[in-house]
Structure formats: C-alpha cells, structure tokens
Design a protein around this ligand. Structure first.
Ligand code: TYM
Length: 327
C-alpha cells in the first residue's frame, strides 16, 4: 500500500477550510492508503500557546478527526510530540536546508510581518519540521490545502537533496489537493483564506459550530451587487460560496449554479445554509459524543504513537547510519 502523511495544528478548532481542504480528502483516501495523521503540537508552539489550552485542543482535534470520519482502526493517528524522531530528523534536515530557501517561504513572511514581537527561530524553520514529519513515514502522498504547497515543495527538495548526497533514503512525496476547495476563502473577505485565527469570527465557520450561528454566517457572507448566481472570478464571494455548497453536498459546481438559475442570492444563501448545517450536524453530534469518551480518545493516540514510532525509528536509524552517526 502507498503511504499518506498529513497533519493539522491543534491551535484552535477546525474550520470548514481545514475540512474541505484536507480532512475530507483524508476520509476518501483512508481505505486505499496506509495513512498517518498527526495532531502537530510541535508546530503549534511556533506561536504562543496557553499550555492548558494546547493540551485540551490537541484532544479536541483528535475528536474532530474521528467525527469527520477518520477511522481509528484503519489509520495511525498520533500526537507529533509523542514520536521524538520528528524533532531528531528535523535537526538533521535543518543542516541541509539553506537560509535562502526558508527566507522565501511566503507563510513565514506573512506571519513574521504580523507578529514582530514573536519572531522566533521555530517559526523560521517550521517548514523543515514539516518535511521531517512527511519524510519519516516515507509518504507518497500528502493531502493538504493550497497554502501548504510551498512547504511541500521544500519537503520534496530536501528529500531529493538527501538522496543525492547520501544515497536513496527518502520517498519524494507528492501533494494532493482538492479540485475546488484547495483554498476556501473568508466569508467576509473573499481575497483572504478562511482562517481560524481571523479576528472577525464571521469570516470562518467551525466544524463544531451550532446550527444558528453557521446559518447566520452564511447569510451574512459578503457577495456583490450583480445579483445573478454565476461561477466566475468576477464574483469571488459567490464563487467561494458555490465551491463550499458544492463540496458539502457532493453536487457539481454546474449543478449548484443550475439550481439557482433565475433566483437571487437570498434563496441561494438560505438553501445553502440549510445544506451546510445538515452536513455538519452528524459531525457536530459525533464530536460532542467523543468528548465525553476521553478514555477512548486516549487509547487511540497512545496506540497511534506506538505504531508511528516503529516506522519513524526505522527511517531515522537509516538516516543516522548514512550521515555517519555511530549506532
Ligand atoms: P493547518 O493546521 O494550518 O491546516 C490544516 C489543513 O487545512 C488546510 N487548510 C485549508 N484548506 C483550504 N482552505 C483553507 N482556507 C484552509 N485553511 C487550512 C491546510 O492546507 C492543511 O492541509 N503546516 C500544516 C500542518 C502540518 C502538516 C505537516 C501538513 C505540519 N506537518 C505534514 C501536512 C504534512 C498546517 O499548518 O496546517
């Protein structure tokens, strides 16, 4: 079986962007691949986190994975910091990464402009740790949203560079992106991606959000004054809504557009709100149920860490041999 690795930061609750950009593909691929899914808490601490909240959010994230349909019996689900090989391979890869490569990372540039007070080295080397995550499991495929493309390119470059210098060691991973929802945009500003750290909560929808609030956010989403439901770059707000609507109902974009021929935005948004709420309902209910079963969640991440470590340790031992560390 081919291998998949992907991760989400436990830095808040998951948004519709996380779901449609990544998790939904995970659920589709889980039967055909050997999958490793991680709550990447080591990445999360590149911005300040309250320790209590971080611990809680890590478990909540696991519950959200499962609520979305990730099956614990089919996959290896684990907490990144439980497998110390991530930190170790990160270090080795840091010594093969050029400063210039990291300087070019747009996510670092964005984040460092926003938070000069917390320009820590971890934020800078973040993509190297991400490469370590992926390469440790010899992943063939990495299902993520568009915003991770540049990081994934770096992982490919680092794998190729290491293989060329020390001999075949790593599988060179490929990105796997959804067709229409690789970049779900903010409901309030369709030029910005939907993000859980948006200061305006009307811009994002959380998976665990209640029905009323979800519907309200959809109904107050920013569109335009054209008034016709069309799928075009000239109506970016509407285009984003159509993409979400289509993905959440498994209808094609064309079908969704056809449903609203001759109708206005009011009808479109009203029915869309209902459809999104109905799709999220079972996820929200399962999530609430899982939170009441902490022992079950703990079993999953404990056994996940054991399974993950077997694979990670093997890769790391090979790397250490190749670079000349004594066994
Ligand atoms: P994170 O935690 O920011 O996001 C998790 C996943 O959600 C996707 N995503 C989106 N997709 C579409 N539209 C959006 N608005 C949107 N917002 C987020 C992200 O692309 C991602 O797939 N660096 C990663 C975590 C990570 C990782 C890895 C991923 C660490 N190591 C190894 C893959 C492989 C991150 O910060 O994702």
């Amino acid at each position: 079986k081919k291998v998949i690795f992907s991760g989400v930061q436990p830095s808040g609750k998951m948004t519709l962007g996380n779901y449609l950009g990544a998790l939904r593909n995970w659920t589709k691929l889980q039967k055909d691949y050997e999958c490793f899914f991680s709550m990447v808490n080591m990445h999360a601490i590149t911005v300040p986190q309250d320790p209590k909240v971080l611990r809680r959010q890590t478990i909540e994230l696991l519950a959200q994975f499962i609520a979305c349909g990730i099956e614990p019996d089919l996959n290896t689900i684990f907490v990144q910091s439980h497998v110390h090989e991530h930190a170790e391979l990160n270090w080795v890869l840091c010594t093969t990464t050029y400063m210039g490569e990291l300087n070019r990372m747009t996510q670092y540039k964005d984040k460092s402009q926003k938070s000069e007070a917390n320009l820590n080295a971890g934020l800078f080397t973040y993509p190297v740790l991400m490469a370590a995550d992926i390469l440790l499991y010899q992943a063939d495929l990495v299902p993520v949203g568009d915003d991770q493309k540049q990081h994934l390119e770096l992982a490919r470059d680092l794998a190729t560079r290491f293989n060329n210098r020390f001999g075949d060691t790593f599988v060179v991973p490929e990105g796997y992106y959804p067709k229409e929802t690789a970049r779900v945009m903010s409901l309030q500003d369709p030029t910005k991606k939907m993000s859980k750290s948006d200061s305006n909560p009307k811009g994002f929808i959380l998976l665990a959000e209640d029905a009323d609030s979800t519907a309200k956010k959809i109904k107050s989403a920013v569109t335009d004054s054209v008034g016709i439901v069309r799928y075009t770059d000239e109506q970016p707000g509407l285009k984003n809504l159509i993409n979400i609507y289509s993905a959440m109902t498994d209808k094609s974009v064309e079908e969704v557009v056809a449903m609203y021929e001759g109708k206005g935005y009011g009808a479109f948004k009203g029915e869309m709100a209902e459809a999104v709420v109905e799709t999220l309902r079972p996820i929200r209910e399962k999530y609430a149920y899982l939170l009441d079963n902490q022992d079950y969640l703990e079993k999953i991440y404990r056994s996940g860490a054991e399974k993950a470590q077997l694979v990670a340790a093997k890769t790391l031992a090979d790397v250490y041999d190749k670079i000349g560390f004594i066994r």
